[in-house]
Design a protein around this ligand. Structure first.
Ligand code: AMP
Length: 217
């Protein structure tokens, strides 16, 4: 089963993907996570990607498409996968469908999460991650300890550079311009299911699971 999670930054794609991998035993493929790992390691691809990421822009299609093609060839993808943050342009979607077609495979569901813009800003600017163990927090919704450290390991927390308000606003603009056309793109192909991404994360997950299971059954 091949799933795409679609939605603006802060819609909850990563959180929902993590819940869905547990439920369905599929790997999560997050292009954002792969790119951040490359930036951290200082690989040539990471060095190139960093300037786009820091500016809140999209990394060029050719780079991202290459990353995904490589990742889809791993053996853990043979039963399917959850794409989180890819595709983000129509060109990426076209290239993905050509790759899948050549393997006799296809996308089963595109699950689009919708969230109000004000809520997106609140969610993203409050996001923090532990430097040591990588656990995620939110200053309002899931606060760390009173002294601002990780509840799990006591580690120091950091804010992603591209989660700061100015870059965040740019990322939302980029979403509207370059990524939101994918909503129509997948609707025209009868693959799109839209889910209200406001409110309780486990209720949202239940709605996603119901959609996925209704097609499986
Ligand atoms: P994310 O963690 O998904 O919000 O991605 C963080 C940043 O990585 C984005 O703002 C882009 O700069 C870059 N990125 C992630 N996925 C893609 C993609 N599919 N196409 C282009 N750039 C991407």
């Amino acid at each position: 089963m091949n799933l795409i999670l679609l939605g603006p930054p802060g819609a909850g794609k990563g959180t929902q993907a993590k819940m869905l991998i547990r439920k369905f035993g599929l790997p999560q493929i997050s292009t954002g996570d792969i790119l951040r790992a490359a930036v951290k390691e200082g690989t040539p691809m990471g060095i190139k990607a960093r300037e786009f990421m820091d500016a809140g822009s999209l990394v060029p299609d050719s780079v991202v498409v290459g990353i995904v093609e490589e990742r889809l060839a791993f053996s853990d993808c043979h039963r399917g996968y959850i794409l989180d943050g890819f595709p983000r342009t129509v060109a990426q979607a076209e290239s993905l469908s050509a790759t899948l077609l050549s393997k006799g495979s296809d996308i089963d569901h595109v699950l689009a999460l919708t969230v109000d813009k004000e809520e997106l800003l609140l969610r993203i600017t409050g996001r923090r991650t532990c430097k040591v163990c990588g656990v995620g927090y939110h200053t309002l919704y899931d606060p760390p300890t009173e002294s601002g450290t990780c509840r799990a390991c006591g580690g120091e927390l950091y804010q992603r550079d591209d989660d700061r308000e100015e870059t965040m606003r740019r990322r939302l603009e980029v979403y509207d311009l370059q990524t939101s056309p994918l909503v129509n793109y997948y609707a025209e192909r009868n693959l799109l299911r839209t889910v209200d991404g406001m409110g309780d994360m486990s209720e949202i997950q239940q709605k996603l699971v119901t959609i996925i299971e209704s097609k499986q059954g």
